[in-house]
Design a protein around this ligand. Structure first.
Ligand code: LLP
Length: 444
């Protein structure tokens, strides 16, 4: 991910462009999201706390449906899932992409119809598959040759399960090496280049318990350029044409996965969804026409682009330390609630809230409270020079892959999630407590 551009600031200190649309400035340096003061929420729910703007989530779902009208939009639950989130996704008419029995069961428990879900996983456990079949998941995405016969056997002789084959189209895209999944040499999918994808298709077609509705690919995450999707789509149609040639079968569906990139800091670009919709549809029409194939129904699986911009993380400053030329601002959370900077070098734009600050900005490094030097939340950011213990910091674009990847490191406890909407706040997920830790630790 790119280096900090300190020269753009200090004007950037007051830039709200990556914040939820509902964000408003309040007196005394406070901000409101969803009509609720962030400083009040820090007082009421303590810190760290994650705030989720319900209207922002819903607006993003609606924007997807409007931009991709003839496409199945499946929210990728791994970005963030809770019962309320499931309900919002359902009410907005999206489907769900789940990748474990846990996500699947939570969604069903919250009332989401299993037939509008797809199940992913490069290594599906017996429990994942049993749960998917028992609850009637819409499609299972096959990711390895060994699961073909295994799933077919579990479906039973009078059942029939819709499946798709996950293909690696040989396209490199994504915001970091660890989240690029479009090329060979990583664990997901079946290669187009070495023939494994085509071989898997042939094996699935030989299983009467499996109905192969189409192909799937997911080339990576935090992608901000449309072109890799177009190349991938063209190659997927190429494979569909070969399948038609060899087996006389045309697939009614094509799932192009997720990966749609967002801006984490002012000035960064997000994937242009309007352009993706237009150019992908054009690419599919022309490639299919050239191959003599009907255009399949498209599915997409955005996670981050729906959840990330709706979330704001709130921390309280515990310590400020000047070491050499660096100002370390230590907060009461860190890599246990947001491992993304440590894992992917992700960069954020924290902001002081809750008091007006007139001091000249200084370059600071916001660190967490965990016992390792890599626990950095935001390096080289500008904060008011008088930042001090007791101050509140708010980090926008915190709604995806933070809490869903949170850990119990140092037994700090995972933060709560508070939904805001129309001037009121309600707790969706409570804070993890010492009592929770004690209850799991049952050995003498
Ligand atoms: N579909 C499949 C099959 C996926 O594996 C993923 C994400 C998605 C859809 C949704 O991708 P999105 O639209 O959210 O980019 N923990 C990393 C991201 C890992 C993404 C894993 N798969 C991060 O924090 O950046």
């Amino acid at each position: 991910m790119s280096a900090p551009v300190l020269t753009e600031l200090p004007t950037g200190l007051d830039d709200l462009s990556v914040w939820p649309a509902s964000t408003a400035r309040l007196p005394d340096g406070d901000l409101s999201v969803g009509g609720v003061s962030l400083a009040d929420m820090a007082d009421r729910f303590d810190t760290p706390t994650y705030v989720l703007d319900e209207d922002e989530v819903r607006a993003r779902c609606r924007a997807y449906r409007a931009t991709f009208p003839d496409t199945d939009v499946l929210y990728a639950a791994k970005a963030f899932l809770s019962r309320a989130m499931v309900r919002w996704i359902d009410e907005e008419g999206l489907g769900l992409d789940v990748c474990s029995a846990g996500e699947l069961e939570l969604a069903v428990l919250a009332g989401f119809p299993a037939e509008r879900m797809v199940l992913h996983g490069n290594a599906k456990s017996p429990r994942d598959i049993e749960t998917a079949l028992r609850l009637g998941v819409g499609r299972i995405i096959l990711d390895s040759p060994s699961e073909i016969a295994r799933i077919a056997a579990l479906v039973g002789s009078d059942g029939r399960q819709k499946v798709m084959v996950r293909v690696v189209p040989g396209v490199s895209a994504g915001g970091h090496e660890k989240i690029r999944t479009g090329t060979d040499g990583q664990k997901f999918g079946l290669s187009l280049t070495d023939g494994s994808a085509q071989h898997a298709v042939a094996r699935v077609l030989g299983q009467p318990q499996l109905e192969l509705s189409g192909l799937h690919c997911h080339i990576g995450s935090q992608i901000t350029d449309v072109r890799p999707y177009l190349v991938a789509a063209r190659r997927m149609v190429g494979l569909m044409a070969r399948v038609k040639e060899s087996h006389g079968v045309t697939f009614p569906e094509l799932d192009m996965g997720g990966g749609h990139g967002v801006a984490y800091r002012p000035g960064e670009t997000a994937l242009d969804l309007t352009s993706l919709a237009r150019r992908l549809s054009r690419e599919l029409s022309s490639s299919c026409a050239a191959a003599g194939l009907p255009v399949p129904r498209l599915a997409i699986e955005p996670g981050r682009a729906i959840a990330a911009p709706a979330g704001v993380a709130l921390y309280r400053v515990l310590a400020v330390k000047h070491t050499g030329s660096t100002v370390f601002v230590a907060v009461d959370g860190g890599m246990s609630d947001n491992p993304r900077p440590a894992l992917y070098g992700a960069r954020y734009a924290p902001r002081l809230i809750g008091r007006s600050a007139t001091a000249e900005p200084v370059a600071a490094t916001v660190v967490g409270r965990h016992c390792e030097a890599g626990d950095v939340l935001a390096a080289d950011v500008l904060l008011p020079g008088d930042v001090r213990p007791g101050d509140l910091l708010a980090v926008p674009v915190s709604g995806a892959y933070q809490l869903s990847m949170a850990s119990a490191y140092n037994l700090v406890g995972r933060p709560p999630v508070v939904a805001v909407h129309d001037g009121s706040a309600r707790l969706l997920v409570r804070r993890e407590t010492q009592e929770d830790f004690r209850r799991r630790d049952i050995g003498a």
